[in-house]
Design a protein around this ligand. Structure first.
Ligand code: ADP
Ligand code: ZN
Length: 194
């Protein structure tokens, strides 16, 4: 990041598939805000209860304190008036109200850092992420490593056949795959909605 706004806040989005290091990168940025002595608050949806209710935890076990919330309104309820940096993990699980909140906060001078899956297990845009991505000043798209062939992986493949969009799980339920290994796994879905 080379240029930063002087007169307003801004929105940073970190996206990519599972295992691409989104949470690690979010934690890295938020820890640096903490070292800089900035007031910061971190949130994640409480439905993501894979590791810890009060912490953002990466697959590599680095972690940071956070507040588990049930929706955007609950983030609003917890926000402190003097907050300077707001971090939100698993942004794909919130509704479109997240875009409004991020725009409001950035307009008030807050730096907002989001991490989330840009694509769901079918390769479709996930929740509010498209809107957040176009609203952000800074976008980082991370890639994992395809567990099948070792190529860069932008897709999250679901191992079970459960058809619901939200199914919280980790390496027992999902694997990172490159484009070709992803669509190999779903031969009948190449015309899926985009
Ligand atoms: P995300 O938030 O994107 O799901 P995390 O930050 O929680 O990712 O975890 C990233 C870590 O996951 C990596 O540093 C690595 O240790 C681990 N990992 C496990 N499987 C893979 C994979 N297929 N490709 C890359 N990293 C992987
Ligand atoms: Zn592959």
């Amino acid at each position: 990041m080379i240029l930063q706004p002087r007169d307003s806040g801004w929105l940073e989005v970190i996206c990519g598939p599972m295992f691409s290091g989104k949470t690690e990168e979010l934690i890295r940025r938020l820890k640096r805000a903490r070292y800089a002595g900035q007031n910061h608050q971190n949130f994640k949806p409480s439905l993501d209860d894979r590791y810890d209710d009060d912490a953002i935890v990466s697959h590599d076990a680095s972690q940071l304190d956070s507040i588990g919330v049930d929706g955007v309104d609950e983030i609003r309820d917890h926000l402190e008036p003097d907050v300077e940096v707001v971090g939100i993990d698993e942004a794909q699980f919130f509704d479109d109200g997240l875009r409004r909140l991020c725009d409001e906060l950035a307009g008030e001078g807050v730096r907002v850092v989001l991490a989330g899956l840009d694509l769901d297990y079918m390769g479709r845009p996930f929740g509010p992420m498209p809107s957040l991505l176009v609203s952000a000043e800074y976008v980082s798209k991370l890639l994992a490593i395809c567990v099948r062939c070792g190529d860069p992986a932008a897709y999250t493949y679901r191992l079970s056949e459960d058809p619901q969009q939200v199914l919280v799980g980790s390496d027992d339920e999902y694997e990172a795959r490159c484009r070709s290994c992803f669509y190999d796994g779903y031969p009948s879905t190449s015309d899926s909605e985009t």
